[in-house]
Design a protein around this ligand. Structure first.
Ligand code: NAP
Ligand code: ZN
Ligand code: ZN
Length: 355
């Protein structure tokens, strides 16, 4: 018997959220049923709910930064127990047998993993995300949230946290390395905290100095405004690693010029349009351009434990179900410090199913 669940639904691209109900599958032997307490609003939710990345599945229930409490477990579940504090990130299944899945890099599953929403299970049924009150998922795709992190501030770690942790680890951020973060938003404010905790020297490259005090308080060593064209000129040959979290176009050549020998410019922000650069900007100092996509399950757990050990969490503004449509506009305007988190207890059951 499917489980009817209240949710916030977008019926067509860009429309306001409506309260509705969705069906979750019954709890299978390997499944965990989670009462969702909080769901973060990632800029990727906005891209998809507005269909900015190409064809999406509607009606849509976004949300891939999910934190809650286990209510029920299937007969074969060993990793989680009733009452545990848990989270779900950007995918809820993967093929489990391709070389990338076997390497623990399920985010790069060759069959294609099952996105938490705007995706399909391998049986073809649509997936619905965290803007709802409960979710059923295979235990292998559910993370433990350490006791030290409040559930609301933990939710954004499931995407913003792992998306920045993974490239910082991969490109060896640490003592003696100089890391720059472009964009002081949801991903950016996590990148600053994590890179600082890893021991790197951290520089924020923001459009203005409006968030400078908070950036420095979160662990940045330096903070520059890129709206001033002379700023990047003054930072030539400076960084080992740049994490670009901006979803708009950037002047790639100008940022490449700020990398030292062998430095890397890593895109995690996902602009709609292709980006341009001069090959000379790479060859001049053996620089590289790369991209990174969330992280695998094992690394996501490592990130959560790392954040607990270093007393890191997301800086959040908690909102109700009624605020979500307006919050999307505020994120796009850059008016959020630094992540909106929906209190999913404010999504009441609707009487008429919307999906
Ligand atoms: P966000 O909270 O809106 O932060 C983006 C930041 O970029 C803003 O705070 C702003 O920082 C800067 N920015 C915004 N518009 C800009 C513009 N026109 N020009 C220059 N800078 C601008 O968004 P987010 O949730 O961190 O997500 C950022 C991007 O990462 C999105 O494209 C999202 O889809 C993508 N993403 C990718 C992954 C992945 O796995 N690769 C995972 C999650 C999200 P300042 O005000 O400091 O300039
Ligand atoms: Zn996300
Ligand atoms: Zn796979």
């Amino acid at each position: 018997m499917p489980i009817s669940t209240p949710a916030l639904v977008v019926l067509t691209p860009g429309q306001a959220f409506e309260r509705g109900t969705i069906d979750r599958r019954d709890v299978g032997p390997n499944d965990v049923l989670i009462d969702i307490a909080y769901a973060g609003i990632c800029h990727s939710d906005i891209h998809q709910a507005r269909e900015e990345w190409g064809r999406a599945i509607f009606p849509m229930v976004p949300g891939h930064e999910i934190a809650g409490i286990v209510r029920e477990v299937g007969a074969k579940v060993t990793k989680h127990a009733v009452g545990d504090r848990v989270g779900i990130g950007c995918f809820v299944d993967s093929c489990r047998e391709c070389e990338n899945c076997l390497a623990g890099e399920e985010q790069f599953c060759l069959k294609g993993n099952v996105a938490t929403y705007n995706g399909r299970q391998y049986d073809g049924s649509e997936t619905y995300g965290g803007y709802s009150t409960l979710i059923v998922a295979d235990e292998n795709y559910v993370l433990r949230i350490p006791d030290g992190i409040p559930l609301d501030a933990a939710a954004p770690l499931l995407c913003a946290g792992i998306t920045t942790y993974s490239p910082l680890r991969h490109w060896n951020a640490g003592p003696g390395t100089r890391v720059a973060v472009i964009g002081m938003g949801g991903l950016g404010h996590m990148a600053v905290q994590i890179a600082h905790a890893m021991g790197a020297h951290v520089t924020v490259l923001s459009r203005t100095l409006a968030k400078q005090d908070e950036g420095l308080a979160l662990g940045a060593d330096e903070y520059f405004a890129t709206a001033d064209p002379s700023t990047l000129k003054s930072l030539r040959n400076r960084f080992d690693l740049i994490i670009n979290t901006v979803s708009a176009d950037i002047d790639v050549d100008r940022y490449l010029s700020t990398l030292r020998l062998d430095g890397a410019l890593v895109f995690v922000g996902l602009p709609e349009k292709p980006q341009r650069f001069r090959v000379f900007s790479l060859t001049g100092a053996r620089r590289s351009i790369a991209g990174s996509n969330i992280g695998g399950i094992r690394e996501t757990q490592e990130m959560l434990d790392f954040c607990a050990d270093h007393r890191i969490a997301s800086v959040i503004e908690t909102i109700t179900a009624d605020d979500v449509t307006g919050a999307y506009d505020r994120v796009v305007r850059g008016d959020v410090r630094y992540r909106f988190v929906i209190d999913t207890g404010t999504i009441p059951a609707a009487t008429v199913p919307a999906v």
